[in-house]
Structure formats: C-alpha cells, structure tokens
Design a protein around this ligand. Structure first.
Ligand code: ATP
Ligand code: MG
Length: 356
C-alpha cells in the first residue's frame, strides 16, 4: 500500500490526556513514534511519547513546527478549534478528516447528519433563544434535556427539564451558549459500538458493549451486552453506514440507546472511546492499536472478542482501591499518571476478565 507509513514514522496527536497516552503506547508497540500537542503542561500522554509540544491552539508557529515533525495528524478529542484544523490540514493529512469533526463538534449538525442517513435519534429542536425553547417543549414534551450544542462531555452542559416551569432556569444555565433540546429517550439500556475504517475503506467493528453511567460519567462497560442477535447486527451495520458516509479513517465510538422500538443513536465520537477500553483485554488488536493502524494506513485487526470483560473506570477517590486491585486475579490495571485524584476525574480503569 502506497499510503501506509513506514516503521519509524511519526504520528502527531492533538491532546495529551489518557486517550493520547494509550494511543502513543500502541504506536510505539508498532515501531512508530508520537509527538503530542497539548496546551496544558505535563500531559499524561507526554510521559510515554517521544516529543511533546506545549502551546496554545492558536499558536501558528508551534502548530507549523509540530506539523513539520510528523507524517500524519490525529486527535484524542473532537473539540479542536476550526482555525487550528485549517492550518494543520493544509500541512499534513488529518485523520479522521474534517467531515467527521464538523459533524461531531455540534450536536445539531450531528443529529441532522444521523437523521439524514435514515437513523433514529431522539426528537430534537434547535434552541437559539428562550422562545424557541418554549415552542420546542410544546412540540417535544417533557421530560426533555437541554444541551449546549458544542463542547459538552461527561454530561456537562446539560439540564434536564421535567416540567415546562423549569425551562427558564435551564435556558439561563446555558449562559448564552447555543443549545439543542432533546426529547428524553425511554431506553432499557445504553450500548456503544467501537468501529474502525481503514484508508482502503475496509471496516472492522468490535462487539457492542453495555454502558452504565453514574452522574453523567461512564462507570462500567460490560461485554457481552444484553442484545438479541438482530439488535447486535443492527448496531454494527449502522456503525458501518456512519463510517462510510463520512469516508472515515480511524476508530469511532457510536453511542446507542436500546429501546423497545429499536436502536436510537445518541452521539458519535470521532476517536477512540472510553467504552472501548475493554478491547485491551478482550481482543488481539485493541482500539488504540486499531486507530493507529488506520491512521497509519496499515491493515486493520479484525475486532474479534476472545473473552468476556467488564471495564470499570477509576474516578477520583477510586484510586484508594488501587492496592487491592493490584492484588486481584484477572484484573488488568491501567493508570493514567495524573497527579491529583479530584472528584469526577478519570484516573485509570480496570479490565476484569470474566471466565465463564
Ligand atoms: P459523554 O462525554 O459521556 O459521551 P456527553 O456529555 O457527550 O457525555 P451525552 O452522551 O449526550 O453527553 O449524555 C450523557 C448521558 O446522559 C447519556 O449517556 C445518557 O445516559 C443520558 N442522556 C443523554 N441524552 C439523553 C436523551 N435524549 N434521552 C435519555 N437520556 C439521555
Ligand atoms: Mg455521550
């Protein structure tokens, strides 16, 4: 393949959190090098990468230097400013490409894209002002969720509206940011599909995992998920359609609600995903290696799962459990090298292998 990176090539990663860290480890196992770009000093990924640039997203000189030092650019989070991408994109291939980023950076664009593909989403309305929220609530009903269109993560920037009387307070909570109103989906459980597409268009999907969130943050992912064979196939097929429509290169996380009427797409993440960490213990090629293979133009791993796994995030004070977890059998421990175990901060995770 003419498009594949040779051994020793360098992958630039925008963002140096735990996802960038695990991508960098995967790249080094394949004989590739990584250069991390992050505005914050001492990013977790920097501990395991060949180079780190600490500079702002609008530092054109630093961005040019970064691009000149790498062969391809990828990212661990989707909220990279457009001007940053414009510059980088003109200098080196950015994978996954602009289309995927544009769609996933804005919940409104994302919902329009997904429903345009004929997929089911929650009912939604654009909320540019308080009047639009009143109309939206009339049409969609309650309960509903008001979310910022951009920059939300771990359930941040969201307000539940149980009754129209709460509309005003919810709107004020958006603090002037553009918002979207979503009808509340009555789901039985939540799943996600981690899927990959290579430069030649080949697609590989991992088995769907079942996700439990606590206080808006992912707590556990369990494999296998509770799904009928048809639901499992539906999940994988719809992920493939999304990847094709975006001419995607890399790993994507597709979050789904399971309802009595079928699968509803919640959101897509154009990157490796927390709910895919189980692949480190469950598959020969995990999501991080898969992403590196894709962006480097290498062949993909097949995604087959060889064992049942429960992934549990270690959040904040969960770090106190590390000594016991280190002694436990069948537990694969991953720690991110972050300093302070603040409440709500993802510090690590464990993959517990379940023997049947
Ligand atoms: P993350 O970073 O964890 O993906 P996020 O901030 O992007 O989160 P969402 O995925 O939109 O936010 O929502 C977080 C969680 O809130 C969902 O996993 C789900 O449990 C619940 N939720 C969000 N939207 C809806 C909805 N329309 N109906 C029912 N529940 C919802
Ligand atoms: Mg989500």
């Amino acid at each position: 393949m003419s498009d594949s990176l040779p051994l020793g090539a360098c992958i630039g990663i925008l963002g140096g959190g735990q996802l960038g860290r695990m991508l960098s480890v995967a790249a080094s196992r394949l004989g590739l090098r990584c250069h991390i770009y992050d505005p914050a000093p001492n990013p977790p990924a920097g501990h395991v990468a060949e180079r780190v640039t600490t500079a702002a997203w609008d530092d054109a000189e630093a961005l040019r230097g970064f691009a000149a030092s790498v062969d391809v650019i990828t990212y661990e989070f989707e909220n990279i400013p457009t001007a940053t991408l414009d510059l980088l994109d003109s200098l080196r291939p950015v994978r996954p490409g602009r289309k995927a980023l544009a769609v996933s950076q804005d919940r409104m664009t994302e919902k329009d894209f997904l429903s345009g593909l004929g997929l089911t989403t929650a009912p939604y309305r654009d909320v540019p002002d308080a009047a639009a929220l009143r109309v939206g609530l009339d049409e969609i009903g309650t309960p509903a969720i008001l979310k910022t269109r951009r920059l939300g993560y771990d359930g941040k920037g969201q307000a539940r509206i149980m009754d129209p009387s709460q509309a005003e307070a919810a709107f004020a909570g958006m603090a002037g940011q553009e918002a979207i109103l979503e009808g509340f989906v009555e789901f039985t459980h939540e799943i996600s599909v981690i899927a990959a597409r290579g430069v030649t268009g080949e697609v590989a999907c991992y088995d769907p995992g079942e996700n439990v969130h606590v206080e808006g943050i992912l707590r556990t992912t369990t494999l296998p998920a509770t799904l009928t064979p048809s639901q499992q196939m539906d999940a994988v097929l719809l992920a493939g359609r999304i990847l094709n429509a975006l001419e995607y290169v890399g790993v994507m996380g597709v979050e789904l609600f399971v309802t009595a009427k079928g699968l509803v797409v919640n959101e897509i993440a154009p990157r490796v995903h927390n709910s895919g960490h189980w692949t480190q213990a469950g598959c020969a090629v995990d999501q991080f290696e898969q992403h590196i293979r894709a962006v480097a133009g290498w062949p993909l791993g097949n995604g087959a799962r060889h064992v049942d796994v429960v992934m549990e995030n270690l959040i904040g004070a969960d770090m106190d459990r590390v000594p016991a977890l280190a002694r436990a059998a069948d537990v694969q421990l991953h720690l991110y090298g972050k300093g302070e175990a603040r409440p709500g901060r993802k510090m690590g995770h464990v993959n517990r292998i379940v023997r049947g």
